[in-house]
Design a protein around this ligand. Structure first.
Ligand code: 5GP
Ligand code: ZN
Length: 116
């Protein structure tokens, strides 16, 4: 897919509105339009990469920055100590629907059942 057709590239460019929660030189984060938890944030690299499957060795630092951004947002939101879930759906069987690599940060409720 060319970046011109990519939904998340358009969100990063401000061509489609989003609820921004964080940005830095490499990453942009915004609220998921269909949240699966009280906090459901998507963290995306500004660089278009189709999926984790397409990430290369040169993207290693960028992948780390996405993870660190997720952890920082979790601390800012106040649920880091309670815990949270980070997910990278990849390709068809992984449930990926938007082919611009992204990290889901889900928090504000337990994901372990039974809780505790
Ligand atoms: P995936 O299924 O590819 O791992 O995740 C894509 C996510 O993007 C889904 O959770 C979906 O709700 C979210 N999403 C799809 N379209 C939009 C949109 O236009 N705006 C926002 N904020 N999220 C979107
Ligand atoms: Zn893109």
């Amino acid at each position: 897919m060319s970046t011109g057709d990519c939904l998340f590239c358009k969100i990063i460019a401000g061509e489609i509105p989003s609820g921004k929660v964080y940005e830095d030189d490499d990453c942009y984060a915004f609220n998921d339009i269909s949240p699966q938890a009280p906090t459901h944030v998507l963290i995306v690299p500004r660089k278009h990469i189709d999926s984790l499957d397409k990430a290369a060795a040169e993207d290693a630092e960028l992948l780390g920055r996405l993870m660190l951004a997720a952890a920082e947002i979790a601390r800012d939101k106040g649920f880091a100590e309670d815990g949270y879930r980070v997910v990278v759906n990849t390709n068809g069987d992984g449930g990926q629907t938007v082919f611009h690599l992204h990290v889901h940060l889900l928090g504000g409720r337990p994901f372990v059942f039974p809780p505790g």
